[in-house]
Write a new protein. Structure first.
Length: 467
């Protein structure tokens, strides 16, 4: 570890910024919401204060800042003359302050980290000035997953700490209470900026926990096509906060790695003809763990409500009076189209798109091949690899041209992704010849010819024919 990042309390402290240029202004903006005494000393130069500064900022134009340095906790020096910077740094240290000389690491007692400001929660990142671009990238990535209301949530929890300690004198019981409560309804209310609502939710959780009547919650979460970067921000947060994760086999290890190490993980994955955990048992697992007061995430590949039996599971949980929520995910059809750059609809090629399963339920609704055979219609088939010969034959019989282009996208967005381009007549042969074994979607329609790989293949065919 090259650096140690301490957290310095700012309440009732003095922070001084010396200088009048852009560098000094940037440091002042770091403290826009800080409860400190903020002093901007311009070293003899008159300035106009920007509107986005801390309203408590005091501006002085003294050429000699010694008076303001006494009692300062932090001093930032933003002057171009190195000799003057050395003199000011020496005076600030003599006054007992920690010093940061902007863009001059050897003169610094500390570096200015990249900050994520959430009020009571502050996240700091630093490379010691060696790789500021990487630090900015990390900050952007973290900002996308840190809930906007996390600071409000922490501040609300602070106001109840004494009451919680009285109800739960045992440290482990207290820790379990906070783990559950800070991942419950209060979180959503804090994200909405509802401080009173978050406080009421915490007090309600405290009352029910004290009475031993705490209930869990179930979240149906779409895990997307496999690439963890395609998780929604909410999905990533729910996975991270889950006590129990009930997941399918299509959920990638990279997505599961986002979970806490101590989370219970239950694999209920199915394969063709092999369902080791019946659907009814899956619903029972969700209900069982929620009744134990746990935060349960039912994690499904793609989207829970597109061929994922999410509708059946949410009804089972809801019928037991358990709180249940749904977070959408990027479905495999959308991921495959985007990855292969196939527009599923296009004004010149397809005015509609339909998602169907190649494995409809026995004795349930069957595919309407006549409706799916329209030439201006894109058809995306899930779970169609094993029945491709039947699908292609029935579509052709219903009027779809045998020369209709088809894209087979296997393991869309994952490391093992493959794209095979063929025609409806040759679909079954292509699947057998390419030995498609992973999860794949079939995209059928003229839009397939707009993919870059398909276009290059068509150009090659035209050159061969011309020759």
């Amino acid at each position: 570890m090259d650096q140690f990042l301490p957290a310095i309390p700012l309440k009732d402290t003095r922070v001084v910024v010396l200088g009048s240029g852009a560098a000094a202004l940037n440091k002042l903006r770091l403290f826009r919401t800080a409860p400190c005494e903020l002093v901007w000393c311009t070293l003899g130069k008159p300035v106009a204060a920007p509107a986005d500064l801390n309203p408590n900022t005091r501006i002085i134009t003294d050429a000699n800042p010694c008076r303001m340095l006494r009692g300062a906790r932090l001093v930032f020096i933003g002057v171009e003359e190195r000799k003057l910077a050395r003199v000011l740094a020496r005076k600030a240290r003599k006054a007992g302050a920690l010093v940061n000389v902007i863009d001059d690491s050897p003169l610094c007692d500390f570096y200015t980290p990249a900050l994520i400001d959430r009020g009571a929660i502050t996240v700091a990142l630093s490379s010691g000035g060696t790789a500021p671009v990487l630090v900015r990238d990390l900050r952007s990535a973290l900002e996308s997953v840190i809930a906007p209301g996390i600071g409000l949530l922490a501040e609300t929890a602070r106001t109840l700490r004494h009451r919680v300690s009285k109800v739960f004198p045992d440290v482990d019981a207290r820790r379990r209470f906070w783990e559950h409560t800070l991942r419950g309804p209060a979180t959503r209310l804090a994200d909405q900026g509802d401080a009173d609502g978050a406080r009421r939710a915490m007090i309600a959780a405290l009352n029910t926990s004290a009475a031993g009547t705490g209930k869990g919650v179930v979240h149906l979460v779409g895990a997307g096509p496999g690439d963890p970067e395609l998780l929604t921000v909410r999905a990533a947060r729910l996975i991270r906060d889950a006590d129990v994760i009930v997941h399918d086999r299509l959920v990638s290890p990279a997505v599961l790695d986002r979970a806490r190490r101590d989370a219970i993980r239950i694999d209920v994955g199915k394969t063709a003809g092999h369902h080791p955990v019946p659907q009814g048992k899956i619903s029972d697992l969700l209900i069982e763990h929620a009744r134990l007061g746990r935060r349960v995430v039912r994690l499904k590949g793609g989207d829970s409500f597109i061929f994922g039996r999410g509708g059946e599971e949410i009804e089972a949980v809801r019928n037991q009076g358990i709180e249940v929520y749904v977070t959408p995910g990027i479905s495999a059809a959308l991921a495959a189209g985007a990855s292969a750059q196939i527009p599923l609809t296009h004004r010149d090629a397809a005015q509609a798109v339909t998602f169907v399963t190649g494995q409809p339920r026995k004795n349930g609704p069957q595919l309407d091949y006549a409706a799916l055979a329209a030439s201006t219609h894109t058809l995306v088939i899930y779970m169609g690899v094993a029945v491709a010969a039947i699908l292609s034959r029935r579509l052709v019989q219903a009027g779809r041209e045998g020369a209709t282009p088809v894209a087979i996208v296997e393991n869309a967005t994952c490391d093992g992704e493959r794209r095979i381009f063929t025609t409806l007549n040759q679909l079954a042969t292509a699947i057998a010849g390419q030995q498609i074994t992973g999860p794949a979607v079939l995209v059928i329609g003229d839009v397939v010819n707009r993919a870059p790989e398909a276009l290059s293949g068509l150009a090659h065919q035209m050159l061969e024919q011309a020759a």
